[in-house]
Design a protein around this ligand. Structure first.
Ligand SMILES: Cc1cc2nc3c(=O)[nH]c(=O)nc-3n(C[C@H](O)[C@H](O)[C@H](O)COP(=O)(O)OP(=O)(O)OC[C@H]3O[C@@H](n4cnc5c(N)ncnc54)[C@H](O)[C@@H]3O)c2cc1C
Length: 391
C-alpha cells in the first residue's frame, strides 16, 4: 500500500503548487486564509482558471473536459488547493451532478450540461431534503406528475445550500409508487427561474445566509430534464451521496487550519509569552496534529487500495465523513480558543475585513456544528459502520 508519493506524483504536486502560486488571486487567498468562506465570485473566478488548466473536474473522462486523473492525483490536487487557501471547485456541479450525468444522463444531457458545469457557467444546488425527509430521504413527498411533455412539480425542499446563489437545482421527486419507498423516485433538473418557484432564506446560528427553503407550486418542467429512468432516481441519489461523503472529510482543510492555528499561537502573546508556550495548548495542538495525520493515512489507504471500488466503499466513506467532521469541529474550537474573548463577539464574516481573522473564528465554530448533520448525520454514519463491522 502506497503511503508516499512516487516521483511522478511529486512532480505533479509541484506543478499544482506552481500553478496556484502564479494564478490564484491574492485577495481570494487572503480571504480564505482568514477563515472566511469563499464568495460566489471567488469560486467562479478560480474554477474557470482551474478548468482552463484542465483541473476543475480532474476525475471526469477526457471526452467531457476532465483529465481522467487517478484517485491519488485527484487527492493531491484537492490537498494542494486546501493548503494554498484556494476555493475548491463547486461540489454540486463537479463531484455531485457531473458524475451522475456521466453515469446516467442521455447523450444530449452530457453534451449540453457537462461543459457548463465544469466551467461554472451554471451554478447548481441540491434539492434532496424535505421537512421530515432528511436521514430517511426515500420518504420524500415532492410530487412530479406527468402532463404531456412536461412534469408538474409540487412540494417543498429544505436546507438547500446556496439556492439563493444558484441558477438550477437537481431534485429528487416522486413520480410514482412501489412496494418500497425507494421506488418511484425520479431525478429532475429544474431551472430556478421557472414560474412557481419561491426561495426563502434560513439564517443559520452563525448569522449567515447559506440555507434556504425552496417551494414548488405547479412548476412545469420539460420531461427532457429527467435524468436516467423515470422511477429509478434512487440509483442516482445513492451514487451521488457516496461521492458527497468522501468529499466532506476535507482532511487537507483540517491540516491547513491546524497549521494556521499553530502559527497564530506562536505569534500571539499572552501574559508576556507566546501562547504556544502554554503546555496544555501545545499538547492539544499536538494531539489534533496526530489525529489529522492518522485520518490522512486512512484516506490514503482508502484511495490507494482497491477499497474505493469494492463493497466496503460506503463504510469507508462514512468513516472519513464521521472523523473528518469531528476534526474540523475540534480545530474550529481550537481557533476560537486562541482568538479568546474576541471569538465570542458575534460578527458576521459577510463584510468583515479580509485581515480580520478573529471575525471568522466564532462564526466558523458555530457553522461547523452543522457539519455533523449535512451529508448524512453522524448517528447515521455510525449505523452504516456498525452494519459493515457486524454484518
Ligand atoms: C448546513 C446544512 C446544509 C445542508 N445542505 C443541504 C443541501 O444543500 N441539500 C439538501 O438536500 N440537504 C441539505 N441539508 C440537509 C441534510 O442533508 C439533512 O439535514 C440531514 O440529512 C439530516 O436530516 P434531517 O435534518 O431531516 O434530520 P433527521 O433525519 O430528522 O434527524 C434528526 C436526528 O435523528 C437522528 N437520526 C435519524 N435517523 C437515524 C437513524 N437511522 N439512526 C440513528 N439516528 C438517527 C439524526 O442523527 C439526528 O440527530 C443540509 C443540512 C445542513 C445542516
Amino acid at each position: 500500500m502506497q503511503l508516499q508519493l512516487t516521483p511522478a506524483q511529486q512532480q505533479f504536486r509541484d506543478q499544482v503548487r506552481a500553478f496556484i502560486a502564479s494564478d490564484l488571486p491574492l485577495d481570494i487567498r487572503e480571504h480564505l486564509r482568514m477563515g472566511h468562506p469563499p464568495r460566489k465570485s471567488d469560486v467562479v473566478t478560480w474554477q474557470r482558471r482551474l478548468h482552463a488548466r484542465g483541473w476543475a473536474v480532474p476525475h471526469w473522462p477526457r471526452e467531457y473536459g476532465g483529465s481522467q486523473m487517478s484517485d491519488i492525483e485527484k487527492l493531491i490536487l484537492q490537498d494542494e488547493l486546501f493548503r494554498a487557501n484556494a476555493p475548491q471547485p463547486l461540489h454540486f456541479n463537479c463531484t455531485m451532478l457531473g458524475p451522475v450525468l456521466i453515469e446516467f444522463g442521455s447523450d444530449a444531457q452530457k453534451t449540453h450540461w457537462l461543459p457548463r458545469l465544469a466551467n461554472l457557467d451554471v451554478w447548481f444546488c441540491q434539492g434532496f431534503s424535505e421537512p421530515g425527509s432528511g436521514s430517511d430521504l426515500a420518504s420524500l413527498r415532492t410530487a412530479a406528475t406527468r402532463q404531456g411533455d412536461d412534469y408538474i412539480v409540487n412540494g417543498q425542499k429544505i436546507w438547500t445550500s446556496s439556492a439563493h446563489l444558484a441558477d438550477w437545482i437537481f431534485a429528487l421527486v416522486r413520480t410514482g409508487g412501489g412496494s418500497r419507498k425507494q421506488e418511484g423516485i425520479s431525478f429532475l433538473l429544474i431551472d430556478l427561474k421557472t414560474p412557481g418557484i419561491t426561495i426563502r432564506p434560513i439564517i443559520g446560528i452563525d448569522g449567515g445566509h447559506h440555507l434556504n427553503e425552496v417551494f414548488f407550486d405547479n412548476v412545469r418542467v420539460p420531461a427532457t430534464q429527467l435524468v436516467g429512468v423515470e422511477g429509478e432516481g434512487w440509483k442516482c441519489a445513492k451514487f451521488l451521496l457516496g461521492n458527497e461523503r468522501t468529499g466532506i472529510a476535507a482532511v487537507g482543510f483540517s491540516r491547513e487550519r491546524l497549521r494556521h492555528a499553530r502559527r497564530l499561537a506562536e505569534r500571539i502573546m499572552q501574559a508576556g509569552r507566546p501562547m504556544i508556550e502554554d503546555r496544555r495548548l501545545r499538547e492539544d495542538i499536538a494531539m489534533l496534529e496526530a489525529e489529522t495525520r492518522a485520518l490522512e493515512i486512512t484516506q490514503w489507504r482508502f484511495f490507494a487500495s482497491s477499497a474505493a471500488r469494492d463493497d466496503r466503499s460506503g463504510a469507508y466513506a462514512s468513516m472519513l465523513k464521521l472523523k473528518g467532521v469531528e476534526l474540523q469541529q475540534d480545530i474550529s474550537a481550537l481557533l476560537a480558543r486562541i482568538a479568546g474573548p474576541e471569538s465570542l463577539e458575534w460578527r458576521s464574516y459577510e463584510g468583515a475585513a479580509d485581515d480580520d481573522w478573529t471575525a471568522a473564528t466564532g462564526t466558523r465554530y458555530l457553522f461547523l456544528r452543522a457539519a455533523s448533520i449535512y451529508g448524512g448525520s453522524s448517528e447515521v454514519q455510525k449505523e452504516i459502520l456498525a452494519k459493515a463491522l457486524l454484518g
